[in-house]
Design a protein around this ligand. Structure first.
Ligand SMILES: [Zn+2]
Length: 240
């Protein structure tokens, strides 16, 4: 089964397309060939649920990476979505506390060490332009994903469809990689959701985050391709 992954044209960047197969050996997006990807989208809905854009594939069609496989690969570019899942015992090796780098006021938030430099630069540049950014969420363990998903399920009165539009099931969250952060700004009281999606800070990130190797995972209008509602706060780092 072929899956087309295409980059979005944004901020004047040139997009290029990559074709992947569902074979685990080829389930990696090679960002060396797409240095300016502004959001990764699955063009075909083949790997996502057959019925609705927010649905998961049937269990047999969900691929769970093994720990050894993850170690052999570049975790930074590993595809994690509704079709590709991280194992319960996967924890990034190099987590650090974001607060120690001045990136969050929350002393418990952890992120991968590799992303701190770019994130610091990004926050500095944002500040110059009047946006006081902070990390609201970083690394999320498999166990935390269980409770996070349960929270949103409960919040939506056990409506699975509603929860699947906005929250990843355990193992399916890019947050488990430690290279993905939820960003908000002081101007919206560090809130996520609609208040951030319509904020000036979001517009700034949309224009500038790529300069620091951060890309929006769930862009507006791409729900059918990503499987998630628009999340202007959810940014993933892909390195140089
Ligand atoms: Zn997020």
């Amino acid at each position: 089964m072929l899956i087309k992954i295409a980059s979005e044209i944004s901020a004047g960047l040139v997009a290029s397309a990559i074709v992947l197969t569902s074979s685990p050996d080829q389930a990696i997006i090679d960002f060396n060939t797409t240095p300016a990807v502004a959001g990764v989208q699955i063009e075909s809905d083949q790997l996502l649920g057959a019925n609705n854009w927010w649905s998961y594939p049937v269990d047999d069609d969900i691929y769970t990476y093994s720990l050894s496989e993850i170690q052999e690969r570049n975790e930074i570019s590993l595809t994690v979505n509704k079709s590709f899942q991280l194992p319960q015992d996967y924890i990034p090796a190099n987590l650090v506390f974001a607060a120690n780098f001045g990136l969050s006021d929350d002393p418990e938030i952890q992120i991968r060490e590799e992303i701190t430099e770019d994130l610091s630069e990004l926050f500095k540049a944002a500040k110059v332009d009047g946006h006081d950014l902070t990390i609201v969420s970083g690394y999320r363990s498999y166990e935390t994903q269980i409770s996070t998903y349960a929270y949103w399920l409960n919040y939506n009165a056990n409506d699975v469809d509603a929860a699947d539009k906005i929250s990843a099931r355990p193992g399916h969250s890019e947050h488990q990689l430690g290279s993905t952060v939820d960003i908000s700004s002081k101007a919206v009281q560090n809130q996520l959701g609609a208040s951030f999606n319509y904020s000036e800070a979001y517009l700034w990130l949309k224009d500038n985050a790529y300069r620091y190797n951060f890309y929006l995972s769930y862009p507006q209008g791409q729900e059918v391709k990503t499987g998630y509602s628009f999340e202007g706060w959810h940014w993933r780092w892909y390195g140089e």
